[in-house]
Design a protein around this ligand. Structure first.
Ligand SMILES: NC(=O)c1ccc[n+]([C@@H]2O[C@H](COP(=O)([O-])OP(=O)(O)OC[C@H]3O[C@@H](n4cnc5c(N)ncnc54)[C@H](OP(=O)(O)O)[C@@H]3O)[C@@H](O)[C@H]2O)c1
Length: 229
């Protein structure tokens, strides 16, 4: 399969690429800003990983799409995994913080997914948006995460809407509302908490879902969590 993973330079995305590359028939494009970390990932994968350094908050995706097209003319799976969390009390979150958080977690997801629509031509092409339990309606909420959680709620509803809109094209869209996974982002949100899952464990589950979940789910926001947080 031809698979795009955003946020490939660390945490869950880094492990996702490693897992997906274990199948030599997969071509995996990994996108993130940090070139050095992407290079480190290339050293841990074989020839089927294609790193593309890119800032997803850039308004023009055409240079990125050109690079993706030089690797693959079609995309079977898009995993919108890149995310940004700023842990800050509501009264201290500035407009700039809200902009930054929504830029990476919502607008960039919409922009890249829209730009890749012409490549999602194979029946059952699967868009997987990585959400959060923080953005899952009715779940426990935590201080400091209002902007982040609101952004993840937005991406969850966007996934439901897009699944309906692209149903005639045969494109499946789902959102995974992840619980706690031990990564740099979790450390920022909950510094003294130890998550029940390591990044590679969650990545293994997401990798399977991304490749085969399109046969079972469409337009769903699935909680993937056994603990709070
Ligand atoms: N860890 C958890 O407990 C948890 C729980 C719920 C949901 N999630 C979600 O899971 C996803 C992965 O999180 P993680 O814990 O693995 O976080 P992480 O280790 O902080 O990784 C975040 C990734 O996003 C990339 N990224 C951020 N801004 C970017 C930008 N402007 N352009 C391109 N790439 C950008 C980062 O790469 P660069 O810095 O190199 O650009 C990095 O690869 C996120 O969507 C997060 O919200 C995580």
């Amino acid at each position: 399969m031809n698979i795009i993973v955003t946020g490939a330079s660390s945490g869950i995305g880094f492990e996702l690429v490693k897992t997906l590359c274990q199948n030599a028939e997969n071509k995996v494009v990994g996108i993130a800003r940090n070139e050095a970390k992407l290079h480190r990932l290339s050293l841990q994968t074989s020839g089927n990983f294609y790193p593309i350094p890119f800032d997803l908050s850039a308004p023009d995706t055409s240079p990125l799409i050109q690079q993706i097209q030089s690797v693959t003319p079609t995309v079977d799976v898009l995993i919108n995994n890149a995310g940004l969390l700023i842990n800050q009390p509501f009264t201290q979150l500035t407009d700039a913080n809200w902009q930054q958080i929504f830029e990476v977690n919502v607008f960039a997801v919409a922009r890249l997914t829209r730009a890749l629509y012409p490549l999602l031509t194979k029946p059952g092409a699967h868009v997987v948006n990585i959400g959060s339990m923080g953005g899952y309606m009715g779940s426990a909420k935590f201080p400091g995460l209002s902007a982040y959680s609101a952004a993840k709620a937005a991406v969850a509803v966007m996934s439901e809407c897009l699944a309906e809109e692209w149903q005639p094209d045969g494109i499946k869209v789902n959102c995974l509302a992840l619980g706690a996974v031990q990564t740099e982002m979790l450390n920022a949100a909950f510094p003294h908490y130890t998550a029940p899952l390591q990044a590679h464990e969650m990545a293994a589950w997401i990798a399977h879902f991304a490749q085969f979940g399109n046969r079972y789910f469409n337009g769903k926001v699935l909680p993937v969590s056994v603990t709070t947080p």
